[in-house]
Structures are given as structure tokens and as C-alpha cells.
Design a protein around this ligand. Sequence first.
Ligand SMILES: [Zn+2]
Length: 213
Amino acid sequence: MTRPSPAELARLLGDGWDPTPAAPSGGERASHRTPVAGEPATADAVWAALDGVPDPEVPAISVVELGIVRDVRVAEDGAVTVTITPTYSGCPAMREIERDVRAALVGRGWPDVRIETVYAPAWTTEWMTDVAREKLRAYGIAPPRAGGATLVTLRRAPRAGQAGTPSEASAAVPCPRCGSADTRLQSAFGSTACKAMHTCAACGEPFEEFKPI
Ligand SMILES: [Zn+2]
């Protein structure tokens, strides 16, 4: 396997990361530790690498955008510890995610990877980034609605500020394809337990919803 050059890496990362350590100015002591061949593991570099690991169930979004990577620590000796909180307990994708995270970091030249799984606080769809929500929609999956679980959206009356919204509309999941709120829940479970199936009366298409929890 050939590793990309530092310049190539910087281009791929596209985050302004400079592959060349800043030259110490004047007699100032460089803040960098002993220079090493290749890219040193830093928390920022690890986060960037993890942002390239797709969620196995929704490859359009990364595990970072999904919000399941809670913490990244890099020890003095370069050992990387990644803390992950599973989305849904027993989600079969978690084994796959752990394997992909490890493979991504080892592939970047950081062989000493530890993955810690933390269950509390429990993952919530609130941790999903706005970018991830947009990517889900573009992928044809209704993103989880902000504000918590599906059941609490079955309000009797519209909330203040939802002028002119019929009460049923607050429970309907907008169609990710045409945006219509004229949709119906078809099944509480879609291709995975994390998703529900809806149908859109406006465009006639079925679609999945990433269920809010
Ligand atoms: Zn539609």
C-alpha cells in the first residue's frame, strides 16, 4: 500500500492542515515534539481521519457526523484512544464501525488503536450534525427531527409559532424527495431498526426516516 504524500494528504483533508511543521521563528522553541517520519497522530488528524469513515448503514454520512465518536485521545507514545457511543443498543453495525475505525487509523500509520465503548450518556440523534442531516435528506432518508423521540411529536395542538400548521402535520415526517408533509407512517421499522418506513402521498414514493431518539 502506498501512502499519500504529505501534500496529497493536506489536499485530501482540505482543512487547511499544514503538513510541514511551522519553522520556529527567531530563537523561539518549536512547540512540536521530535519530528517523526510521516504524519504524527494528533487529535485533529485523528478526527479528520475518522470523518472519512462512513457509517455502514448510511454511507453518505461519516461516523463523526453521526455523532457517535465522543472523544479522541492521543498519548505521548502515539497510542490513539477513540471513544464511541453506539447509536442503538445492539445495533449490529457497531462491530463493523469499530473495525472500520481501526482500519482507517492503522491505514494512516497509527497502529496503536484502542476503541472504548461508552454507553452513558446514551447517544441521541441530537448529536448528529446539521451537515449529516442534509446529507441524509439528499440521500433520500428523512433526517431525525430535532426535539426528541417520535412519539412526543403526536401533539394534539400545534406549538406556538407553527402558524397555520394542522395538528396532524406536526406528526408527519416531511418527504425527503419532494418536501411534502402529506406522508404516512407505513412501518415503524425500515431496512434497519434505526429507521421507519413512510409513504408520501404527494409524490407516491416510499421513503425511510432515521428515527429520532
Ligand atoms: Zn414526496
